[in-house]
Design a protein. Sequence first.
Length: 131
Amino acid sequence: MYLATYAQRLLCVFGLGMMLSACGGTTEEPATPTYTEVYAQMKSACGSCHATGGVAAKKFVVDSASSANTYTSIKAANLITTADASPLIVVGKGGMYTPAAGGAMMTHPKNLTDSMATSWAAWITAGAAQN
Ligand code: HEC
């Protein structure tokens, strides 16, 4: 009798745990940000070097006053292709690039965090609209 009750309890607790984990939403798709959100992150994560007069200005420029100018710069440099291949993400996450001045390929600093990369990839997959 005691054993049966114990087993029942165990089943109940286990079953409840399964139900709760099903509600946990761990398999949800990442929320797709707007370009305004991506641009805000870009300003803080990339703008220090990718700015007019900055060390990385030749590749693209984050205009801290204009999201539209920034968008044009990124598009002109062809930094958005697909979520997996876009140099904006691949290089920003610490990939390789060819310096504008020529010479051997260099490793880019990992300025793009993994969570930002996931978020930016969702924006690109959704069409990388300017808003
Ligand atoms: C500490 C400085 C620094 C920061 C911050 C920085 N970069 Fe760069 N990045 C560079 C330099 C230097 C280059 C090469 C510039 C050159 O060759 O003229 C470069 C080049 C690039 C390129 C060009 C790759 C190619 O194939 O031509 C991309 C894309 C890029 N960075 C993305 C990013 C992104 C995205 C961020 C922010 C998440 C970022 N960078 C932040 C220094 C930086």
